[in-house]
Design a protein around this ligand. Structure first.
Ligand SMILES: Nc1nc2c(ncn2[C@@H]2O[C@H](COP(=O)(O)OP(=O)(O)OP(=O)(O)O)[C@@H](O)[C@H]2O)c(=O)[nH]1
Length: 439
């Protein structure tokens, strides 16, 4: 997975925040410390981490909590916004006919990314064609040709000919009718004079709409040096960070680019032609924070939960009576299978605290539980601890069920009560957060 280590550390920090009793300076400092550690481990520049930490602390403690939001949600929203801001806005490459020139150092994954980009446009219904102007690396021609053939993408190259400019000229002529022309240029071990000269010559011939710099995520925060150097020498319109799936330094590479005058257009997330993603900072961060599927759940919850009837906050604090449980079971029943809902919860661990049995609330059981509860007094419903063995006998007789059924119901209630405590502040608060963040 892409940056799963950073993701899980950030999710742990958010989880801590979600389950903290109250938001005070200490809580904010603790969470910021966790976030700092996670970002530094991912090679994000220290100065950047410190500035971001300062912003989070200041905003969390000084900014007024927006109306309709609780302090916890307020802080999570700030963390989300600050993380998004350190990776920049992203570059949008439009879906229209254009020429794209690929540049970068050798080993960055430029050739593979060229074919992935062709595939990206092909999937969007545009006709891509690829020109191999890498006459420096032996094998580049054959590699790109094979990749394009597999994807059924038009390819032009002249094996053995070292005249990259001539190849580009002839390739563009041949591909006049194609929508997207992607030119793969040669890389070197460093940004040397002859590489710059060759890029400038190719640039003059093809006059590209976009010049995309390919960078390997493993270089971490050094990405800013490379982006700056290429930008100053020939100018770049955007960056593609490759191999984000295989390094612990991804955070460094992503954040470093935004420090320069450029931003990220795509990210490479694996070795297959499909493993290229358009870079969308807000979506990327919400996925990293584990807020992915929550939106679906929240929409569902919104539709079927009567918020006046259910006081989730109170329940999660432990005031979870049999009456609450009954209302909750009814509401959840309307939402769909319990297990499916729990699996959609974000932040992994929160959902995982629900015991397997808790998923088995079928319609039949619900009906049985309702009949049993109908035989209880109001007092028993509000305070189930009063229900000893003589009351169990009475309730079972009154409801036409066995004492085991009553015990099972009480056991289930205890289990849910504990699970609720464990999820304190968890899932349903996330609903509001996602909404406020416009997701
Ligand atoms: N896991 C993973 N591997 C990648 C990704 N992008 C490229 N690679 C691999 O990185 C290796 C080098 O990629 P090439 O495309 O040959 O890149 P290169 O050597 O930089 O080629 P030039 O830049 O053209 O000199 C290949 O084995 C690719 O499969 C990615 O996003 N994830």
């Amino acid at each position: 997975m892409v940056m799963d280590k950073l993701g899980s550390s950030l999710q742990d920090a958010i989880k801590k925040l979600v389950s903290s009793g109250r938001i005070d300076e200490k809580t904010v400092n603790d969470v910021v410390k966790d976030i700092q550690r996670a970002l530094l481990q991912s090679d994000v520049n220290v100065k950047m981490v410190m500035t971001m930490s300062k912003h989070i602390k200041e905003r969390a403690l000084k900014e007024e909590v927006p109306k309709g939001m609780n302090p916890r949600e307020h802080v999570i929203r700030i963390v989300y916004q600050e993380l998004t801001s350190i990776i920049g806005k992203g570059t949008d490459i439009p879906l229209k006919p254009q020429k794209i020139m690929m540049i970068g150092l050798q080993g960055s994954g430029k050739t593979t990314t060229t074919s992935k980009l062709a595939r990206y446009f092909q999937k969007k219904g545009l006709r891509p064609a690829v020109i191999c102007a890498d006459t420096f690396r032996p094998g580049a021609y054959q590699q790109l040709k094979t990749l394009c053939e597999r994807l059924n993408v038009a390819f032009y190259g002249e094996e053995g000919n070292e005249d990259a400019v001539g190849i580009v000229k002839r390739g563009l002529k041949e591909f006049e009718k194609y929508d997207i022309k992607i030119i793969d240029t040669a890389g070197r071990h460093a940004l040397e004079k002859d590489l710059i000269k060759e890029m400038e010559d190719i640039h003059a011939i093809c006059d590209p709409d976009y010049k995309l710099l390919v960078l390997d995520a493993a270089i971490g925060q050094q990405a800013s040096e490379q982006a700056r150097a290429f930008n100053e020498s020939i100018g770049i319109s955007g960056v593609i960070i490759t191999k984000l799936d295989g390094t612990a330094k991804g955070g460094g590479a992503l954040s470093a680019v935004s420090e320069t005058n450029s931003s990220i257009a795509f990210i490479g997330t694996g070795e297959t032609p499909e493993d290229l993603e358009k870079f969308e900072p807000d979506r990327f961060i919400s996925r990293l924070l584990g807020m992915g599927d929550i939106k679906t759940l929240l929409e569902k919850a919104e539709e079927s939960l009567d918020k006046d009837e259910l006081d989730m906050e109170a329940m999660m604090k432990g005031r979870f009576t049999l009456k609450d449980m009954y209302k909750q079971m009814e509401a959840l029943n309307k939402m769909g299978p319990m297990k499916q809902i729990m699996q959609m919860l974000p932040l992994g661990g929160l959902g995982a605290k629900i015991p397997e049995d808790a998923y088995q609330v079928t319609g039949d059981k619900l009906t049985r539980y309702r009949i049993i509860m109908d035989s209880m007094t109001e007092e028993e419903m509000l305070n189930p601890r009063l229900i000893g063995s003589s009351r169990i006998k009475r309730i079972s007789r009154g409801s036409g069920n066995s004492p085991e059924d009553v015990r099972e119901l009480l056991k289930y209630h205890k289990m849910m009560q504990n699970a609720m405590k464990g999820m304190r502040g968890g899932k349903f608060n996330m609903q509001k957060i996602m909404k406020k963040m416009g997701m």
